[in-house]
Write a protein that binds this ligand. Structure first.
Ligand code: ADP
Length: 525
């Protein structure tokens, strides 16, 4: 019995041990089940990550680059469905073969060295149509647990939108530069301290400098010494407080000449309101300045010209009144009033000429100078004008040569005005020789020419092209000596041009001048 009890105890102990082992095994199974489900979770998370990623992800296995994984984003770009798995990439997308993609994948697969590219253009056939897309991508070698290369992972981003935008910005930038270069205005872009960063072609053309020279040399060296102090003061103030710059300065050109410019500059501010750069534009206003000067001179002249005849008319009228009041007295019976009346008439004529030239000028400027053409004999017309001039001015000696005779169709009064202008100028600018030669000759089959020649003071060669400008008078102390307003030739030129003719001048300083105008001959059928 004792022996039996002992055996039972042993069996009970054995049983308890087995039960404990079973319990341990159970626990181990539970732990295994837990870790399997954890692993499943990891794989699920990993797959979720790959498939939901906006990045384009695929893994190609083996040397044929068979697609093992391809997320939705990459399939969308390829324009393919789920059935891509198990297919070699280059069979699925044969268009890649000619674009060097196979070579890249082979290289990564064989060398194990990753490859990265930015904004690589790839042509894909999407919905049957070839389309260029741009990608940033990495080809990453995939290894097994023993470190052997088994495939290549493709992690890419479709950057087509940004690339196209960048291209557009670059193109717009280029076009904008071309536009700025095309402008006649001189443009610069400078840093907040006023140092030039960019200048357009107009500046280079004007200064004859290269872009590097222009940027390196201080722009203030171009300013006329007389304008420098004021410019520097204004620029200094603006650089400090960001106020706009607006001034007129003379700037040096490549010929060493200074020309007037209207210079403006404005600052560009960042979001915090700090000056980030300056933009300036300089526009040449030399011609405007010259015209302004001419106009000022003209106004001075006009006031002088108006004052002189009016004062002398007043003087003669007062003289006549005093003569007439004493007419009855015997003393003054011999005094004639005629010469005084003649002088009044001359002065009144000067006034009338000034007023009518001013009127014509304003008509021309407002495009209201109307021509009234008629057919007349030019020779006869010139003859009559000469008669009129010599009648009122006995001193002038005019010789007329008719080498050719014809009719013209023109505004008779306006052509007369040109002839009078030429002859009176010829006389006026010849203080020591009162001979004036007028010649009518055939210029060619279509044009008749009228030439007026004098032996007067002549015109300098460099002034000849100027004398047809409005208000232009050859400068010098002659303004006072030779009365005039600088409008006659401007009007004559306009009248002749509107008759399809031309004016030509030959002159030698100190010897005399020859003014010729042409008119179309009235053809008789
Ligand atoms: P103005 O009223 O001053 O004579 P014009 O327009 O007729 O105006 O002439 C312009 C300028 O051309 C004159 O001021 C003068 O300097 C010059 N000029 C014109 N004709 C002659 C000439 N025959 N000889 C010399 N200078 C002339």
């Amino acid at each position: 019995m004792m022996k039996q009890d002992l055996r039972i105890k042993e069996l009970e102990q054995e049983l308890a041990k087995r039960e404990e082992e079973i319990e341990q095994l159970k626990n181990r199974n539970y732990a295994l089940a837990d870790s399997i489900s954890g692993l499943k979770d990891e794989v699920y998370k990993y797959e979720e990550l790959v498939h939901s990623s906006k990045s384009l992800i695929a893994i190609f296995m083996g040397e044929d680059h068979v697609i093992d994984i391809a997320n939705e984003s990459i399939r969308e770009v390829w324009g393919k469905g789920h059935d891509v798995i198990g297919k070699p990439l280059l069979e699925l997308l044969p268009e890649l073969k000619s674009q060097g993609i196979k070579e890249l994948l082979d290289q990564v697969y064989q060398t194990g060295i990753a490859y990265h590219a930015d904004e690589l253009p790839i042509e894909l056939v999407i919905d049957g149509k070839p389309e260029i897309r741009y990608f940033d991508f990495t080809y990453q070698p995939q290894k097994n647990i023993d470190g052997e290369i088994i495939g290549v992972a493709d992690i890419a981003t479709d950057v087509t939108k940004q690339t196209l935008l960048n291209k557009k910005i670059k193109k717009n930038g280029k076009e904008f530069r071309e536009l700025v270069n095309f402008m006649p205005h001189k443009i610069t872009h400078s840093d907040p301290e006023g140092n030039t960063l960019y200048c357009n072609q107009s500046w280079l053309d004007y200064t004859g400098k290269t872009e590097e020279q222009f940027i390196e040399e201080p722009w203030t060296s171009l300013i006329h010494p007389e304008d420098k102090a004021e410019t520097e003061k204004m620029v200094g103030k603006s650089l400090g407080d960001g106020s706009e710059i607006d001034l007129e300065v003379r700037l040096l050109d490549y010929n060493g000449e200074y020309k007037w410019h209207l210079c403006r500059a404005t600052c560009v501010k960042d979001e915090e309101g700090n000056i980030s750069s300056w933009i300036s534009s300089s526009t040449e206003i030399q011609k405007l300045k010259e015209e302004e000067e001419l106009k000022e001179g003209f106004l001075k002249l006009v006031s002088h010209e108006l004052k002189t005849p009016v004062t002398s008319i007043k003087g003669y009228v007062q003289l006549l009144l005093s003569i007439l009041s004493k007419e009855s007295s015997e003393v003054n019976k011999s005094v004639s009033v005629k010469p005084y009346l003649n002088r009044i008439e001359t002065q009144v004529e000067r006034l009338i000429r000034l007023i009518s030239e001013m009127l014509d000028l304003s008509r021309i400027e407002q495009n209201e100078l109307k021509l009234k053409p008629e057919t007349f004999n030019i020779n006869q017309h010139v003859e009559e004008i000469i008669e009129d001039i010599t009648f009122s001015n006995k001193e002038i000696q005019i010789k007329l040569d008719n080498h050719f005779e014809c009719d013209v169709s023109a505004d008779k009064d306006r052509i007369g005005q040109v002839i009078i202008n030429f002859i009176t100028n010829a006389y006026k600018y010849s203080p020591e020789d009162n001979r004036v030669d007028v010649k009518i000759w055939k210029c060619d089959d279509e044009f008749v020419a009228i030439t007026v020649l004098d032996h007067g003071i002549g015109i300098n060669q460099n002034e000849i092209h100027q004398i047809f400008k409005k208000f232009y008078r050859v400068p010098g102390d002659r303004d006072e000596t030779y009365a005039g307003f600088g409008i006659g030739l401007f009007l004559s030129n306009n009248i002749i041009e509107r008759h399809n003719g031309k004016i030509n001048v030959k002159s030698e300083f100190g010897k005399g001048s020859e003014f010729t105008f042409t008119l179309p001959i009235k053809q008789t059928n």
